[in-house]
Structure formats: C-alpha cells, structure tokens
Design a protein around this ligand. Structure first.
Ligand SMILES: Cc1cc2nc3c(=O)[nH]c(=O)nc-3n(C[C@H](O)[C@H](O)[C@H](O)COP(=O)(O)OP(=O)(O)OC[C@H]3O[C@@H](n4cnc5c(N)ncnc54)[C@H](O)[C@@H]3O)c2cc1C
Length: 287
C-alpha cells in the first residue's frame, strides 16, 4: 500500500515545527520514528497533506538527570532507553519496558515521544509513565507547558496535546530509597504490543508499603492507573497476602475491550494475574 500524496517538511527546530502545525492545522502530522504514523498512512487510516519531520531536531534526544529528575527527550529511541546503563540502577523499569517493545528495528527507530503522543491502547510506555508519576513537556504557539501523565491520556489514541503542540520531553522523578519498579506484559505473539501490560512502583520501608502506583495498558481504550490496587497496598504490611488481595482489585473500574486477543473476562483475568507478577517483581527490587 502506498500512502496518499503529501508534502514533506524537514524542520530543524521545535519552533519551526510548531509554526508548520499552526499553519496547516489538521492537515499536518509530525513524523518522529515513523513506526506508527507510516503504517497508518499506508493503510490510509491517516492522510496528512503535510508531514513535518522532527527527527533531526537537535537536543530532543537523549537521557539525562537534572537534580532528582530523569529527563528523556521525546526523540529518544526505545533502544537508547533500553541500553542506558545509568537507568538500570536509577529506574530499572525504564530499560526493562523499552526492551520489551516490538523488535530491534522498532526499538532502533521508534521514539518514546512518538509512542506517548500516538497513545496506542496497547503501547507499553503509557503504563510506565503513569506508574512513575511522570510529567510530559509540550511546546506550542503559546510556549511550553507541563502535563501530568495521568492527565495526558484522554481516550483511544487521544491525548491532552493540542494539534499545534510538540511533545519535547518526559520528566520522571527519581524513585526514592526503598522503591522497586517493574514492568511485565503478556505480548501479542506477532507484534509484541501488550495484550496486557502492568507497570508497578512500590516504596517499602520497615516492611510497610509507603506508596504504590500501578499503570495498566492494553486492555481498554486507554492506559489507566489501578487506584484500587494502590489503595489496597498503601499503609499496609507489604507481604504476600497484601499483594494477593491488592492484585485482585486490578480489574476494578476498567472498561475492558474485547477483541481478537480475548474476551473482556479473559483480559480482566490477565490483568489481575499480571498485576500480581508486577508487584512481586517490584517488591523484590525495593531497597
Ligand atoms: C511491528 C511493530 C511492532 C511494535 N510493537 C510495539 C510494542 O510491542 N510496544 C509498543 O509500545 N509499541 C510498539 N510499536 C509501536 C512503536 O513503539 C512506535 O515506534 C511508536 O508507537 C511511535 O513512535 P514513533 O517515533 O515511531 O512515532 P511516529 O510513528 O513518527 O508518530 C506517531 C504519532 O505521534 C505523533 N508524534 C510523534 N512524535 C511527536 C512529538 N514529539 N510530539 C507530538 N506528536 C508526536 C505523530 O504525529 C504521529 O501521530 C510497534 C510498531 C511496529 C511497526
């Protein structure tokens, strides 16, 4: 399949990209790694008249730490996150989740910003940024703003980004001492997208769970936090009985979508099973 005809623009700055988005509005689409946009264009599910290639903008790629915050540029590829040695000790869930995305080709071209902006219901990053309490920086015609991850994912492939905004970075607080993080997923056997993916963060001191955040992806229209699980853990003795009781709440409040991968009941079951696995893995890393 060939995409519909479009005009290609290669930009050198975020401001230039914002200017073109503001000029062409709904007729324009940003291009980052192209691993979601190009398939959609080939299937004619997207037919932008103007494609704005941000892939060569300097300064939008890479991982750094500023004070207590991990900053990941929007153009950072999944592989760059996967292979970052510092992240493995500072926030293990990030390279862990990155390594589970697609295949080497996808990980070498696909970007964290493209994945978050695309908001595929089966994408991995949305669950992870929800669990980590990340903030997303966007730049538009009125300047820069910060959006909390939990306010970013609005609906199926719909985010809080305006049509003329560019996502520029993901900002993640370095997890405090006593924290463990983990991402587990049941992958689609062909694409590796998440049939269900669960990201967990737990902070444990003196055997008690001080804080818990759990993000779930793959099972509904959009990634979501499992607030029932979090409430069932926080303030409790962090033991196998608490984890089992909390995991049983992982499917509460989710609108499951039945599809070729399974029924609503099957997905609800998988969600509870994978929530337990994610919490157990995060607990084993809490130190
Ligand atoms: C075979 C295959 C397997 C895959 N498996 C997985 C998987 O297991 N897990 C998973 O999570 N994903 C998977 N993906 C998706 C992959 O991670 C994509 O790379 C990702 O979803 C999109 O990133 P991109 O950089 O390629 O974005 P693009 O395709 O370039 O863009 C995607 C969308 O986001 C917009 N966009 C891009 N960057 C920005 C920005 N900075 N600001 C605002 N809007 C922006 C674009 O306009 C477009 O609408 C798979 C893809 C393929 C082709």
């Amino acid at each position: 399949m060939y995409p519909a005809t479009f005009e290609y623009h290669r930009v050198g700055s975020v401001e230039e990209a914002v200017g073109l988005l503001a000029r062409y509005k709904d007729d324009a689409k940003l291009l980052a790694g192209g691993h979601s946009l190009i398939p959609m264009m080939k299937l004619r599910l997207a037919q932008p008249k103007h494609v704005v290639d941000i892939g060569r903008i300097g300064g939008l790629s890479g991982v750094r730490e500023e004070g207590g915050t991990i900053v990941i540029g929007a153009l950072t590829t999944h592989y760059t996150v996967e292979s970052n040695a510092a992240l493995k000790s500072r926030c293990a869930i990030l390279p862990e989740a990155a390594a589970m995305i697609g295949d080497p080709q996808v990980r070498n071209l696909g970007t964290i910003g493209g994945s978050l902006a695309h908001a595929d219901p089966a994408a991995d990053w949305p669950a992870v940024v929800l669990a980590l309490g990340a903030e997303l920086r966007a730049v538009g015609p009125k300047g820069a703003r910060t959006i909390k991850a939990e306010e970013f994912f609005k609906d199926l492939m719909t985010t809080a980004l305006g049509p003329d905004e560019v996502l520029t970075e993901v900002r993640i607080p370095v997890p405090p001492a006593g924290t463990g993080t983990a991402y587990v997923k049941h992958p689609h056997p062909a694409s590796r997208f998440a049939v269900v993916g669960v990201a967990a963060l737990v902070t444990v001191t003196g055997g008690k769970c001080q804080a818990a955040r759990v993000g779930i992806t793959g099972v509904g229209g959009t990634a979501t936090r499992a607030k029932g699980v979090e409430a069932a853990l926080t303030g409790k003795a962090f033991d196998t009985a608490t984890i089992a009781a909390a995991s049983a709440k992982a499917s509460d409040g989710i609108e499951f979508t039945a599809d070729l991968q399974g029924s609503e009941e099957y997905k609800a079951h998988l969600t509870r099973v994978y929530a337990k696995r994610a919490l157990e893995a995060a607990a084993a890393r809490a130190r």
